[in-house]
Design a protein around this ligand. Structure first.
Ligand code: GAL
Length: 820
C-alpha cells in the first residue's frame, strides 16, 4: 500500500505524474487501481553478466512475463563489513534499470537471507564471526546488521527512483525468506523476530507492498505468499491478501554427484493453470533463468557451478523449448482473461473423479477452467452442452467458456534440441598447448608453517572469514620409539566436517575424503608412516559451498573440528594419542591464489615442458582464440579432477568433472502426470556431474590472446579440454490440428526437413515414425517449401493444408523434425 507519507512526498516534488500506485485487495495486486494478473520470473543478476541482462529480460517479456524478480545478495555486496561492491555483475541498480528499460515490473526480494543455493544463503561469514551473534532471531547484533544492509539497499533503490511509488518498476519488496519453514525452532524469539522484520521493513517506507514468503503468520500488512511446485491449495492468512505464488520451481538445482533434474513443461503449465483456476493472481517462476554460480558463489555443500534449473531460459540464456513457448501461450491466455479472473464471481462444478470446472463471471462475460487432477485417467467432460477431452493431470482454459484455447498437456510449441559444436575459430582437430606450474606447498607440507597458531582445532568459518575454499591445519608431533603409541601399524584418524579433506604426513599425501554419500560429518582414518623424531601432519580442509538452508544452518560446522588422533596398534593393544589440543598452525588459501596465477598479467614462470597429468595441486595455463559467432561459449573440462577455472582472470567457478553422477534413478521415460519431486525424470546417470562450464562472451577478448587457467586440486588431464559453442541443432514438433505451429532455429536458417507426417505419427523427437493414417499431401515437401532457408516459419496445421486422413475420429497431429 502506498503510505500517506510517500504520497505527500511525491506531491511536494510533483513527481506523482509518473508514480504508479501499487496496492492490493483480497483479490489481486492492483496497479493504478487495476486488478492485475501478474506473471513473473526470477533472474538473479549475479548469475549472468550485465551484457546478458537486456537479452534475458527481453526474452522474459517476449515470453509473456510482466515482471522480473531477483534476490539481493548480501555477502556479495558486503564482502567485508562496511565495504561494499556493486561492480560488474553485482550492479543491482543497472539490472533494475534494465528491467525498467524493457518496460517490465520488478520484484525485489531483499531478504537479506535468500537461501537460493547461494553460499551461506547470502549471509556474509564475517557476520557469523561477530561477538554474541545469532542469526535470524531477536539478537541485537544481527538485527542491527540486517537493518543496516536492508536500509542501505532501500536507500540506493529510492535514490534512483526505482520503486513504483516513485515512478520506477519495483512493485513488490520482500523481507526475510521462508522463515515460516523454520520458525518453530526459534521458539518465542522467532515470533518476535518476524514481527520485528515486519516493522523494520514497514518503517523503510518503500511505497509498495512487502511480501513474506512461506510465512503463514505474517504480521499485517505483510503479504504472505506460497513457494512450491503447486500452490493451488494455498490460502493467505488474511482475507485482504491476494493469493500469490512467489516460487514455482521450474525444475531443480543440482549437487555434485547428483543427476540432471527435469520438470516437464506439461507439469509446470499445469501448476500455473491450476493456481489461476483456484483464484491465484500473481505467480513467479523460480527460476526463469537460473544461470551460473560463478566464482565461489555456489551454496552447499556441493551445489554445482551450473544453476540451469531446467528453467524456461537455459543456463546460457537460450530458449528452453518447449517450456518457454508453451508457458508463453499460457501467459497470453491468462492475460486475455485478466478482467474476469480478477473481478468475476467464482463458481465451481464438481464432475467427480477429480475433475472440475471453475467459472469466473462478470457482467461482460465469463471465462472457464476445466481441471482434471486425476493422475491416470483422462476426463471426458460435458460442459455447457459441449464435450471436452481433458487429459489426466491437466487444465483446459476456455476464455469464453466455450472454446478450448489452451490445455496444459497439449503442447503446440516446438522442442529445440541444443547441441555443443566444435569451435570453428580453431583448425580441426586442435589441441590446446599447455604450460604448468606446481602449487607451492613445501612450507605447509614439510615445515607445517602457517600464519597463526592455536592450541585448538577451529571451525573453518572462524579462520579467514571464508575468503578461500582452502584452510591448512598443521601440527608437528615428536615421537619416540618408546612412546606407547609407537608401533608397526600406525594410522591417522580425523574427525572432520571438511567438505573435501586431504591428509599429508611428512609431505606425503596419504589420502583424501569426498562426501560421496552426502555425509559431511565423518571419521576419516588412513594408515600412515611416522618417523622417530619430528613428524609434520598437514591437513587441508576444502569447502565446496557453505550451507544455505535450515534452522541454524549458519552453525553447521565446517573444517577439521576434531578430535584428531594418531592410533598405534601393537597386537591386541590399541593406543590413542589425541592431538586436538596440540599446537596447530593455520594457513588460509593457496599461494597460487594469493599470487594471482590466474591473472593474465601474472609475471610468474610457467613451464611448457613435460606437462604432468594426474598431479595434485597443479596449475595449468593455455591460450585460445575466441570462438566465432555469437552463440554462447562453454569450455569442456572432461578429464579434469576438481578445481577452479579462470578465463582472462574471470573466475568461472569450481569445476569437478571427476565427480560422476550416481548410477541409479535415471529413466528415458518421463510421465508428466502426478506430483513432481526433484528425483522424478532425472538424466545423466553415471556421467560427470558437470562437464561443460559457461564462458560468458563478455569475458573474452575478440582480439589478441585469451587465457584459460586451471587450478587442479586432485589431479587430472587437461589434454581433452576444448571450447565449444551451444546452439540449436534441430527442432521438433508434434502439434494437434487447428493450431498454428511456429518453427524457428533461433535466428539461424532452417536447413532441412528430416521428417514430417500429418495423421497419427508415433515416436518422439529424433525418432518419429509414420502412423497408421497419413494425409495424402506430402507433409515433408509442404514444410520444405514453406520453411527451408528461413529463420522461422508459421504453419497452419489443418486438413485444408495437408489433406484429411481418416484417423478413426482421433485428433490428427503434425509431427516434424527440422535440421537447423
Ligand atoms: C526455496 C528458497 C529458494 C531456493 C529454493 C530451491 O526454499 O526460498 O531460495 O533455495 O528453495 O531452489
Amino acid at each position: 500500500m502506498v503510505s500517506l507519507r510517500s504520497l505527500l512526498f511525491c506531491l511536494l516534488l510533483s513527481t506523482c505524474a509518473y508514480a504508479t500506485i501499487v496496492s492490493h485487495d483480497g483479490r489481486a495486486i492492483t496497479i493504478d487501481g487495476h486488478r492485475r494478473v501478474l506473471l513473473s520470473g526470477s533472474i538473479h543478476y549475479p548469475r549472468s553478466t550485465p551484457e546478458m541482462w537486456p537479452d534475458l529480460i527481453r526474452k522474459g517479456k517476449e515470453g509473456g512475463l510482466d515482471s522480473i524478480e531477483t534476490y539481493v545478495f548480501w555477502n556479495a555486496h558486503e564482502p567485508t563489513r562496511r565495504q561494499y561492491d556493486f561492480s560488474g555483475n553485482l550492479d543491482l541498480i543497472r539490472f533494475l534499470k534494465t528491467i525498467q528499460d524493457e518496460g517490465m515490473y520488478g520484484v525485489l526480494r531483499i531478504g537479506p537471507y535468500v537461501c537460493a543455493e547461494w553460499n551461506y544463503g547470502g549471509f556474509p561469514v564475517w557476520l557469523h564471526n561477530m561477538p554474541g551473534m545469532e542469526f535470524r532471531t531477536t539478537n541485537p547484533a544481527f538485527m542491527n546488521e540486517m537493518q543496516n544492509f536492508t536500509t542501505m539497499i532501500v536507500d540506493m533503490v529510492k535514490k534512483e527512483k526505482l520503486f513504483a511509488s516513485q515512478g520506477g518498476p519495483i512493485i513488490l519488496a520482500q523481507i526475510e525468506n521462508e522463515y515460516g519453514n523454520v520458525i518453530g525452532s526459534y521458539g518465542e524469539a522467532g515470533k518476535a523476530y518476524i514481527q520485528w522484520c515486519a516493522n523494520m521493513a514497514q518503517s523503510l517506507d518503500v511505497g509498495v507492498p512487502w511480501i513474506m514468503c512461506q510465512q503463514d503468520d505474517a504480521p499485517q500488512p505483510m503479504l504472505n505468499t506460497c513457494n512450491g511446485y503447486y500452490c493451488d491449495n494455498f490460502e493467505p492468512n488474511n482475507p485482504n491478501t491476494p493469493k500469490m505464488l512467489t516460487e514455482n520451481w521450474t525444475g531443480w538445482f543440482k549437487n555434485w554427484g547428483g543427476k540432471d533434474p527435469h520438470r516437464t513443461t506439461e507439469d509446470v503449465a499445469f501448476a500455473v493453470a491450476r493456481f489461476f483456476q483456484r483464484g491465484g493472481t500473481f505467480q513467479n517462476y523460480y527460476m526463469y533463468h537460473g544461470g551460473t554460480n560463478f566464482d565461489r558463489t555456489a551454496g552447499g555443500p556441493y551445489i554445482t557451478t551450473t544453476y540451469d534449473y531446467d528453467a524456461p531460459l537455459d543456463e546460457f540464456g537460450n530458449l528452453n523449448q518447449p517450456k518457454y513457448g508453451h508457458l508463453k501461450q499460457l501467459h497470453d491466455v491468462l492475460h486475455s482473461m485478466e478482467k474476469t479472473l480478477t473481478h468475476g464471481n467464482i463458481s465451481n462444478v464438481d464432475f467427480g473423479n477429480f475433475a472440475s470446472a471453475t467459472i469466473y463471471t462478470t457482467d461482460e462475460g465469463s471465462s472457464c477452467f476445466l481441471g482434471n487432477v486425476n493422475e491416470t485417467s483422462d476426463a471426458i467432460i460435458n460442459f455447457n452442452g459441449t464435450t471436452y477431452d481433458v487429459p489426466a493431470w491437466s487444465v483446459s482454459i476456455l476464455p469464453d467458456c466455450k472454446t478450448e484455447t489452451y490445455n496444459t498437456a497439449k503442447i503446440n510449441t516446438q522442442t529445440s534440441v541444443m547441441v555443443k559444436k566444435p569451435d570453428e575459430a580453431e583448425d580441426e582437430p586442435y589441441t590446446l598447448k599447455w604450460s604448468w606450474r606446481p602449487e607451492n606447498v613445501d612450507n605447509v607440507l614439510l615445515k607445517g608453517k602457517g600464519e597463526s597458531t592455536m592450541k585448538q582445532l577451529f571451525d573453518q568459518k572462524v579462520v579467514g572469514n571464508d575468503e578461500s575454499d582452502y584452510l591448512w591445519y598443521m601440527t608437528t608431533v615428536n615421537l619416540k620409539e618408546q612412546d606407547p603409541v609407537w608401533g608397526k601399524n600406525m594410522s591417522l584418524r580425523i574427525n572432520s566436517t571438511a567438505h573435501v579433506l586431504h591428509a599429508f604426513v611428512n609431505g606425503e599425501h596419504i589420502g583424501n575424503y569426498r562426501a560421496d554419500n552426502g555425509k559431511f560429518h565423518y571419521v576419516y582414518e588412513q594408515d600412515a608412516k611416522f618417523n622417530p623424531g619430528a613428524n609434520v601432519i598437514t591437513l587441508l580442509s576444502t569447502t565446496v559451498g557453505l550451507p544455505n538452508y535450515g534452522a541454524f544452518f549458519e552453525s553447521i560446522p565446517t573444517g577439521i573440528t576434531g578430535p584428531v588422533f594418531i592410533i598405534g596398534r601393537n597386537g591386541d593393544e590399541t593406543v590413542i594419542k589425541d592431538l586436538s589440543t596440540h599446537k596447530w598452525s593455520y594457513k588460509t588459501g593457496l599461494s597460487g591464489f594469493t599470487n594471482e596465477l590466474f591473472s593474465s598479467e601474472s609475471p610468474s614462470k610457467w613451464s611448457g615442458e613435460s606437462v604432468p597429468f594426474n598431479r595434485t595441486m597443479t596449475w595449468y595455463k593455455t591460450t585460445f582464440k575466441p570462438p566465432l559467432g555469437n552463440e554462447p561459449v562453454v569450455v569442456d573440462l572432461l578429464g579434469l579432477g576438481k578445481g577452479t577455472a579462470w578465463i582472462n582472470g574471470n573466475n568461472i567457478g569450481r569445476y569437478w568433472p571427476a565427480f560422476l553422477a550416481g548410477d541409479d534413478g535415471c529413466s528415458d521415460e518421463c510421465d508428466y502426470r502426478g506430483a513432481y519431486y526433484a528425483e522424478k525424470c532425472q538424466t545423466n546417470c553415471g556421467e560427470p556431474t558437470q562437464r561443460w562450464y559457461h564462458v560468458p562472451r563478455s569475458f573474452l577478448n575478440s582480439e589478441g590472446d585469451n587465457t584459460l587457467v586451471l587450478f587442479e586440486e586432485v589431479g587430472g588431464n587437461p589434454s581433452l579440454v576444448n571450447f565449444q559453442t551451444v546452439g540449436v541443432g534441430s527442432v521438433c514438433a508434434n502439434v494437434y490440428e487447428k493450431n498454428v505451429l511456429e518453427l524457428s532455429c533461433h535466428g539461424k536458417p532452417i536447413s532441412d526437413i528430416k521428417f514430417a507426417s500429418f495423421g497419427n505419427p508415433g515416436g518422439k523427437c529424433g525418432s518419429f515414425e509414420k502412423g497408421t493414417c497419413e494425409a495424402s499431401n506430402d507433409a515433408a515437401s509442404i514444410l520444405t517449401d514453406e520453411c527451408v532457408g528461413k529463420e522461422k516459419c508459421s504453419i497452419d496445421v489443418s486438413t485444408e493444408k495437408f489433406g484429411a486422413p481418416e484417423c478413426g475420429g482421433a485428433a490428427r497431429r503434425l509431427a516434424v523434425e527440422a535440421i537447423c
